[in-house]
Design a protein around this ligand. Sequence first.
Ligand SMILES: [Zn+2]
Ligand SMILES: [Zn+2]
Length: 234
Amino acid sequence: MKKNVNACLICGAPLVYLPEEKPMECAGCGRTFSANAMCENGHFICDDCHRAPALVVIRQRCLQAEDTDPIALAEKLMQEPTVHMHGPEHHVLAGAALLTAYHNVTGKPGLEANLEKMVQRGKQVPGGTCGFFGCCGAAVSAGIFGAIVLESTPLSEETWGKANLLTSQCLANEARLGGPRCCKRNVYMSILTTVKFLREEMGVQLPIPPRTVCRFSHKCRECLESRCPFYEKK
Ligand SMILES: [Zn+2]
Ligand SMILES: [Zn+2]
């Protein structure tokens, strides 16, 4: 029996998704939001309350990190207790690991300011966009990383194309595996796709392990197991 980790943060019950959004009061901060996910006992936690503690930790760890391997750094961040099995904190985590490794490899200054941009942009990507928008937030996180290091804006020409190309490559690689969603699988896939993009499009080489192995499959009720390239049977 798998431990039920992708579940209500209040009572541990499984989450249910409603076909329509409705106003719900957050059990963390008491604010009311239009939302469509709650637990079987009716608890709703807003995106801010779900990811706020994790974002503080992600920023701190990245500023202190000497890692040049973004997969190794992402794995350390995902082992932080405030980072849940699934959740919108991964929409900052993937890009933050990439940014940190990129700055550590290239020696370029400005990591702290770029991490701030990553947090501000990544936290605008709501939970559940993979299924509801057809656009996984871990792929968007890699795209935000690309937009930051390419200094792309909506009016840019070449860099506009490159940033959107990066996101699209991440999405395509994730999409081929099918669902259900897994924030760990999609963080790994978007980072590996970005490492290849950096090498081919920008001449920057980030070191990665010979094989990426997921250490979280025992916590994921919906794990694809043998259909996930990162799954390793225990
Ligand atoms: Zn609950
Ligand atoms: Zn809240």
